[in-house]
Design a protein around this ligand. Structure first.
Ligand code: CA
Length: 228
């Protein structure tokens, strides 16, 4: 069981690491969003304790980015001083699994952690969906308007990343990372070719031709207007 503590306040970060160690969890620490993302891209974590007020980027951006990673999806527990209802809803919408408000009671935090990790023990592959599309992560058959459509493994990985981003834009570099398994084995041309084939298959199966949008100079995203 490995945790990542993302917290920019040094005394609180140290206290969290100490508590987690005492409770038997191994953990790494990050003080900025950039450090957190660097950890998340190279290592597998079971759970991320995420502060929202970070010096470089909002913790929600970390959550969003994390949810667009094609594999290694850790649980996310937001730990923050923000206690507005809107912040909570937004955190959960960005893919957080739970939310604890600071200052927190250590025993409450421990109970929430246990409950989350227990839930994760029973692997429950969440179906990803967007408009007419339904995809089980790790599978190469997508349902389009309820009918199965076969994709190549790389097309399926591209679609999975786009579905996880839920209309958010993904850079070409991050999409490539996701289909090249971390090695830069496929270039921009290959990405364009996979994307063209994926679009052709999806539109032949009855989706709008604009379902996957090109974001010029950046990459791709699913058309937010097509989400329902
Ligand atoms: Ca903070």
């Amino acid at each position: 069981m490995k945790l990542l503590v993302v917290e920019d306040d040094p005394p609180l970060q140290a206290a969290l690491v100490r508590l987690l160690g005492r409770w038997g969890y191994a953990c790494e620490r990050a003080g900025t969003a950039a450090e957190a993302l660097a950890w998340l891209e190279q290592e597998h974590f079971d759970l991320v304790l995420l502060d929202l007020g970070l010096p470089d980027r909002d913790g929600l951006a970390v959550c969003r980015r994390l949810r667009s990673l094609p594999r290694h999806q850790p649980l996310v527990l937001i730990l923050t001083a923000r206690d507005g209802r809107r912040d909570k809803v937004q955190g959960l919408e960005e893919g957080a699994d739970d939310y604890v408000v600071k200052p927190f009671d250590p025993e409450l935090l421990r109970a929430r952690l246990r409950a989350l990790l227990r839930r994760a023990d029973r692997p429950l592959q969440c179906e990803l969906s967007w408009g007419p599309l339904r995809l089980q992560p790790g599978q190469t058959t997508v349902l389009v308007h309820g009918r199965p459509l076969d994709l190549t493994p790389k097309e399926a990985l591209l679609l999975e990343q786009l579905l996880r981003a839920r209309g958010g834009q993904l850079s070409k570099a991050s999409l490539l990372h996701g289909i090249g398994d971390g090695r830069r084995e496929v270039g921009d041309d290959a990405l364009r070719a996979h994307m063209r084939n994926l679009r052709l298959k999806l539109s032949a199966a009855g989706t709008a031709p604009t379902l996957i949008e090109t974001v010029y100079g950046i990459g791709y995203r699913l058309d937010p207007a097509a989400s329902s």
